[in-house]
Ligand binder design. Structure first.
Ligand code: ADP
Ligand code: GLC
Length: 471
C-alpha cells in the first residue's frame, strides 16, 4: 500500500496549526504500520529548507492562465521525518517565508496542485492512494477524474481529509481559466453557491471523505459553513477518524524544548520546576495555579472571549491564579489582550507570535489549558496538554467531546462547559480552582491524563483500513 499525502503544511518543515502536526506524524505511523507513506508539500522559504539537503527529482513547467511557471520537485535526502518528504518549488509563487495569507493564495495553491499532478503523471509506478488534506489540495480529486491531462491517473483512489470546514478556498468563476482543461460538462462539480469551491469539489469527487473526529463529523451534517447539504448528500462516503498525537515529539520525559523533563511518577516536581521557570520569565508568582491558552487568536477558538474571562476571573478570585496566552491572529484580539495587561499586572502575560518551544514549555509548566473553542474539528492542544499532565478546560464541541471527559462524571478527568460565553468559562475556571485546591484529587487527575494513550497507532490503522476498502 503506497500513499501520497498532499498537504500545505508538514511539521517540522512548515506548520501553522494542527494540519502541520498531522501531516508530519500520520505518515510516520503509517510507515511503522507497514505501508509506504510519502508527503508532498510546497517548498516555502522556511528555516527547514536551509537546514536540510534536498535532491532534485523532477523539473517541469506549467501554465497558470497566461503565465508560465517553472517548477522543481525536491526530495529531502536525510529521511529526517521518517518518511519521504517532497517539496514543490515554484519561484514567484511558493517561495514565500510564510504558508498562507498572501493575496495570490488561490494562484499559489492552484499551481501547487497542478505541479503535483504533472509530476505524478511522470511516475512509473503510481501510488495506490492520493490523500488530500483540506481545501488547498481540494481540486486534485476533481482533476484526477475530469482533467484531460491526467487520464492515466484515473484509477488512483483519492481521499480527502477535512481538517476544518470553516475554510473552503472559494474563488470566483472569473478564474476558471486558471484550471487546466477538463470536461466542461463537469463544471458543476466545482460549484458551490455560485463560486468555485475547492473543498466542495473534493467532497463531491474524492472516493472517500473523512474528518478528524467522530463528533465533528456529526456536527458537519448539521452545520458546515454552508456545506451541510452537500455532506448530507455524500454522507455514505464520509466518516470521522480521531487524530492522534506524535508521542515521540510530545513526550515530557524526553522533550528537548522544556527545562525539566519528567514522567508520571515525578510529575508534581517536574511541572513545578517548569512552572517556576516560566513564571520567572513572565514575572508571575509560581505558587499560584497557572492557566494557559495556546492557539490561533480567532473567533473559532473563542480567543475573543479571553480578555473578559481573564479580567473577570482575576476580579472574582483576586491574587488566586495566573494566565499566560500564546498566540497570534486577529489584530483586534491581539490588541485587546495587550490592553488587558494594564489592569491584570502580575497575573497575566501574553506572547503574541508563533513560538514552538514556548508552546512546549507552556504545556509542561501549566496546571490548566483553556480551550473555549466555538469550532474544534479535533484539537491537538488538549491531547498535548494531557500528555504533559496539564488538565484541559474545554468547551463541549467537536473533537473535544471525543477526547475530554468531565471529572464530575464517573471516571472523568477534565473540565467541560457548554457555551462559548464568558459566564460559562468563568464557572469552569472556578471549578478548576476548587480542583486545584483539593490537592490529592488534582494529583490523581494529573496522573490519569498523563497515562491516556492518544498515539497515532490506532488512527494510522483506521486510515489503512479505509484505503484498503477503496481497492
Ligand atoms: P488548529 O489547527 O485549529 O490551529 P490544533 O489544536 O489542531 O488547532 O493545533 C494547533 C497546533 O498549533 C498545536 O500544535 C499548537 O501547539 C500549535 N500552536 C498554535 N498556536 C501556536 C503559537 N502561537 N505558537 C506555537 N504553537 C502554536
Ligand atoms: C484543524 C482543526 C483542528 C484539528 C487540526 C488537525 O486545523 O481546526 O481542530 O486538530 O486541523 O486535524
Amino acid at each position: 500500500m503506497e500513499i501520497l499525502h498532499v498537504s500545505a503544511e508538514c511539521y517540522p518543515a512548515a506548520k501553522v496549526g494542527g494540519l502541520g502536526d498531522v501531516a508530519g506524524a500520520l505518515p510516520k505511523y503509517q510507515q511503522l504500520a507497514g505501508a509506504i507513506a510519502k508527503v508532498v508539500m510546497p517548498a516555502y522559504q522556511t528555516p527547514f529548507r536551509q537546514q536540510h539537503t534536498f535532491d532534485l527529482v523532477h523539473q517541469g513547467g506549467l501554465w497558470l492562465g497566461h503565465d508560465w511557471y517553472h517548477f522543481n520537485v525536491w526530495k529531502e535526502n536525510g529521511n529526517s521525518l521518517g518518511f519521504d518528504l517532497y517539496q514543490v518549488d515554484i519561484p514567484g509563487l511558493l517561495d514565500t517565508p510564510g504558508v498562507y495569507g498572501y493575496p495570490n493564495d488561490t494562484e499559489r495553491f492552484l499551481a501547487f496542485q497542478v505541479a503535483v499532478l504533472d509530476w505524478l503523471n511522470e511516475w512509473q509506478h503510481q501510488p495506490d492512494v492520493i490523500h488530500c488534506h483540506d481545501h488547498h489540495t481540494g481540486l486534485i480529486p476533481f482533476l484526477l477524474r475530469y482533467g484531460y491531462k491526467y487520464a492515466r491517473l484515473r484509477d488512483i483512489a483519492s481521499m480527502l481529509t477535512i481538517h476544518n470546514a470553516q475554510y473552503q478556498g472559494q474563488f470566483g468563476w472569473d478564474k476558471l481559466y486558471l484550471i487546466p482543461s477538463f470536461d466542461l460538462w463537469k463544471s458543476g462539480m466545482l460549484d458551490w453557491g455560485g463560486a468555485i469551491n475547492p473543498l466542495a469539489a473534493a467532497i463531491k469527487c474524492a472516493w472517500r471523505v473523512n474528518t478528524v473526529s467522530p463528533s465533528y463529523m456529526e456536527e458537519l451534517l448539521r452545520s458546515a459553513n454552508g456545506l451541510e447539504g452537500l455532506l448530507n448528500a455524500e454522507r455514505d462516503k464520509c466518516s470521522g477518524i480521531l487524530n492522534g498525537i506524535d508521542d515521540k515529539v510530545w513526550d515530557s520525559s524526553a522533550d528537548p524544548m522544556i527545562d525539566t523533563r519528567y514522567n508520571g511518577n515525578d510529575a508534581a516536581k517536574g511541572k513545578k520546576a517548569n512552572k517556576e521557570k516560566l513564571c520567572e520569565r513572565f514575572g508571575l508568582d509560581p505558587s499560584l495555579p497557572l492557566f494557559v491558552f495556546i492557539g490561533r487568536l480567532v473567533g473559532d477558538k473563542g480567543a475573543d472571549l479571553l480578555p473578559e474571562v481573564i479580567g473577570r476571573s482575576l476580579e472574582a478570585h483576586p491574587g488566586k491564579l495566573n494566565y499566560i496566552v500564546l498566540g497570534s491572529g486577529d489584530a483586534h484580539i491581539e490588541w485587546m489582550l495587550q490592553q488587558a495587561r494594564q489592569h491584570t499586572a502580575g497575573h497575566f502575560a501574553v506572547f503574541i507570535g508563533y513560538n514552538e518551544a514556548l508552546s512546549h514549555q507552556l504545556y509542561a509548566g501549566a496546571d490548566f489549558l483553556l480551550m473555549p473553542s466555538r469550532v474544534e474539528p479535533c484539537g491537538l492542544n488538549q491531547m498535548y496538554a494531557m500528555r504533559y499532565g496539564t488538565v484541559p478546560v474545554v468547551r463541549t464541541t467537536g473533537g473535544l467531546i471525543d477526547t475530554v471527559t468531565d471529572f464530575g462524571d464517573k471516571g472523568g478527568f477534565g473540565i467541560r462547559f457548554f457555551q462559548a460565553t464568558a459566564g460559562d468559562i468563568l464557572h469552569a475556571v472556578g471549578r478548576a480552582l476548587e480542583l486545584y485546591a483539593s490537592g490529592t484529587k488534582f494529583s490523581k487527575i494529573r496522573k490519569t491524563v498523563m497515562q491516556l494513550d492518544h498515539s497515532w497507532d490506532k488512527a494510522a490503522q483506521n486510515y489503512l483500513h479505509l484505503y484498503i476498502s477503496l481497492k
